[in-house]
Design a protein around this ligand. Structure first.
Ligand code: DGY
Length: 327
């Protein structure tokens, strides 16, 4: 009997490849650039399972082009690229990769925070340029991190992992979330729940950790920047459209805030030109979860979800498990 077919829009890593190849006939997109949409639509026509990245939209158009599809496994925790209700209507399981990337992403939020506050990238450029003339008293003086206030908008697994690291810097932790964290979490992290505007007004560093939803699109816009301290920094490792980039550029132009460090952008891979030339902005190419260990785990979970669907087991991280229960 022929094996079911899986199309992976990336070559993945060795561990998940081996797992998949035991069970399936696997086709990979092997080129360095992301696959053009037409290519994805062509390749899903005859596939039973899809493993995709957040750069691929799994929507009505794709589902209509993939009549045999039983699962779309996203190699990311965020799933704003997947129309989950549309998958459910077509009885296609959708899955993501929660849990395995929290600590790695939290490490990177701190990498960004420290880089922008302590002007690391400016210093790196100065040293490499050959223009550095030696130690000087007022050279590249940044902002202290230790002892300051870090404020979170969104306080789920990743926000909490970032907060856990704040105690080493003896920082005050404040947060706002649609759902208040349990008392034991607040106690462990020494975190104070405040209204969103109070977080914006009191934080020296505002770190974003919300999913992209209709309600969180442009959560940070002109009105919110106006509430922040002029000395505060914005850190975004969540999703680009959570920040109104034009409003951020205007706030930076006006000196409304001190700087920003971003891993994600409104229209990736394009970056607002008003951000690119600024020295008080640190820019990363959406790599917060990019450690070899974590990206391997993410791809492995995607593979495990696919294998589970075809071996009659419950996919570990299905977003719409009701699809299987209904069968
Ligand atoms: C995710 O998983 O949603 C990230 O943005 C990529 O790690």
């Amino acid at each position: 009997m022929s094996k079911p077919k899986v199309f992976c829009t990336h070559p993945l890593f060795e561990t998940p490849r081996k797992l998949l190849e035991e069970h399936f006939e696997v086709e990979y997109w092997n080129r360095p650039e992301r696959p053009p949409r037409a290519e994805v639509l062509k390749r899903v026509a005859d596939t039973d399972a899809l493993i995709c990245l957040l750069t691929e939209k799994v929507n009505e158009e794709l589902l209509a082009a993939a009549p045999k599809l039983r699962i779309a496994a996203n190699v990311a925790v965020g799933f704003d690229n997947i129309d989950v209700p549309a998958c459910t209507r077509r009885k296609v399981v959708a899955s993501n990769t929660p849990g395995v990337l929290d600590e790695t992403t939290a490490d990177f939020a701190w990498t960004l925070l420290m880089a922008v506050a302590r002007r690391l990238l400016e210093g790196d450029r100065l040293v490499r340029s050959g223009q550095w003339t030696g130690w000087n008293l007022d050279q590249l003086c940044g902002a202290d991190i230790w002892g300051k206030t870090i404020g979170f908008l969104g306080f789920g697994r990743i926000g909490r992992a970032v907060a856990r690291r704040a105690s080493g810097f003896r920082m005050r932790v404040i947060y706002h979330d649609a759902v208040r964290a349990p008392a034991e979490v607040e106690k462990e992290l020494n975190a104070t729940f405040l209204e969103r505007d109070a977080v914006l007004a009191q934080a020296d560093f505002v770190s974003l950790h919300v999913p992209l939803l209709p309600d969180t699109r442009h959560l940070m816009s002109a009105a919110q920047f106006a509430k922040m301290k002029r000395t505060a920094f914005l850190i975004n490792t969540s999703r680009g459209p959570v920040v109104d980039e034009a409003a951020l550029v205007a706030a930076l132009d006006a000196g409304r805030i001190a700087g920003a460090a971003l891993d994600v952008y409104e229209n990736e891979p394009q970056v607002h030109p008003g951000l690119v030339g600024r020295s008080n902005v640190a820019l990363a190419p959406h790599i917060a979860s990019a450690s070899v260990e974590t990206r391997t785990k993410m791809a492995t979970i995607a593979a495990e979800n696919v294998i589970a669907v075809f071996t009659g087991r419950r996919p570990p991280t299905a977003l719409n498990p009701e699809v299987l229960e209904a069968k």
